[in-house]
Write a protein that binds this ligand. Structure first.
Ligand SMILES: Cc1cc2nc3c(=O)[nH]c(=O)nc-3n(C[C@H](O)[C@H](O)[C@H](O)COP(=O)(O)O)c2cc1C
Ligand code: SF4
Ligand code: SF4
Length: 324
């Protein structure tokens, strides 16, 4: 077993990058928590760290202190769960520090009903007023992803924040042109067959049954206005290397967290999938948004101050739920 306070090497684990993610936790929320930690930094042998570790890396034998299982330590994801749960602040995972990567939990001021109300009152906002969103407010939206669950390697998801409307507008002709091309491609049986063969059923069905009919109506033509980013002052692109672990799920969860944070701040946001579809195919768009060559954009979020106030929640039927 390895002693808790001196454990494994960070080499090859990406911990530096993860640290970068955690580093943005505001230091003003750390103080109270840290003073509690320092007062009682001893292992009581309670075993909670071992129970919460998803990979059973920590061993706590009755009456002894927690130790790391050397044969399992390479499985560590630096998820931080063991350090977050330890009552005495004893666990020390290399690459994470109580000072830099953890914060006290403020009591949150809403219960079950308020949370349901919060979710129910969120809408995909596609109409914005003319106000720009200050950078410090956008930053809060961006920062929300630090609390998102992840499948693996959260540090591999990047965000590109475009808060200059002129840049967004200079992208629109390329996005529009790309979306317009969907129509002749789907209507050509040979090309349509090729797209079907070379993509997943999900992608093909989305293009054929969702994007094609919208595009055929001329929706994305710029002479009909900006029906792509809807005049939003901010566009956030979530992207990653195509080989990044769990990138599809991680990207969508990050975008969801950002969208919910936007709602909490009184902003309006909507996920827009047509922008990533275009950026991933059109070189000029990748260059404009400075997306690394090997990256794919998984989702985009438009953001701004909402023009309209929704008067009621939309209560959709709960999809099939099978109780066993
Ligand atoms: C994966 C995904 C892709 C979406 N893509 C677009 C899009 O390209 N354009 C758009 O206007 N809205 C897009 N939306 C927003 C949905 O249309 C919206 O969530 C839906 O109409 C329900 O409205 P609500 O979010 O207000 O409940 C997308 C949402 C999701 C989850
Ligand atoms: S949670 Fe902390 S106090 Fe409890 S066994 Fe683990 S290291 Fe020791
Ligand atoms: S950081 Fe996560 S994976 Fe690593 S030892 Fe702690 S709980 Fe286990």
């Amino acid at each position: 077993m390895l002693d808790m306070q001196v454990w494994f090497s960070a080499s090859g684990t990406g911990s530096e990058n993860l640290r970068g993610v955690f580093d943005r936790i505001p230091s003003d929320r750390m103080e109270e928590h840290m003073s509690q930690m320092k007062e009682k930094s001893r292992c009581s042998g309670c075993g909670i760290c071992s129970e919460v570790c998803p990979f059973k890396i920590i061993d706590v034998q009755k009456g002894s202190q927690a130790t790391f299982r050397p044969e399992r330590r390479h499985l560590c994801q630096r998820c931080g769960q063991c350090m977050a749960v330890c009552p005495s602040g004893f666990v020390q995972v290399e690459g994470l520090s109580y000072e830099d990567n953890f914060a006290g939990i403020r009591p949150f001021g809403f219960g079950e009903d308020e949370f349901a109300d919060f979710l129910a009152s969120r809408r995909s906002v596609r109409n914005f007023d003319r106000r720009d969103v200050p950078r410090d407010v956008v930053q809060k939206v961006v920062d929300a992803v630090r609390y998102a669950p992840f499948g693996s390697h959260p540090e591999k998801i990047s965000m590109t924040i475009v808060d200059d409307r002129r840049t967004i507008e200079s992208a629109l002709p390329m996005v529009s042109e790309f979306l317009g091309r969907i129509v002749p491609m789907i209507e050509n049986p040979l090309i349509s067959f090729f797209i079907k063969k070379s993509s997943t059923p999900e992608v093909f069905n989305t293009v054929k049954n969702h994007l094609y009919p919208i595009s055929k109506q001329g929706t994305y033509k710029l002479e009909n206005g900006d029906r792509i980013t809807r005049g939003a002052p901010v566009l956030i692109l979530f992207h990653s290397d195509t080989a990044a672990e769990a990138r599809t799920a991680n990207t969508l969860i990050n975008a969801t967290y950002a969208m919910l944070q936007a709602h909490a701040l009184g902003l309006g946001a909507a996920m827009v999938e047509v922008v990533p579809a275009a950026v991933n195919q059109v070189k000029g768009l990748k260059e404009l948004f400075q997306i690394p060559e090997k990256h794919e954009v998984g989702m985009s979020l438009i953001l701004g101050y909402p023009k309209y106030k929704y008067r009621r929640a939309i209560s959709r039927p709960v999809p099939a739920a099978n109780w066993i």
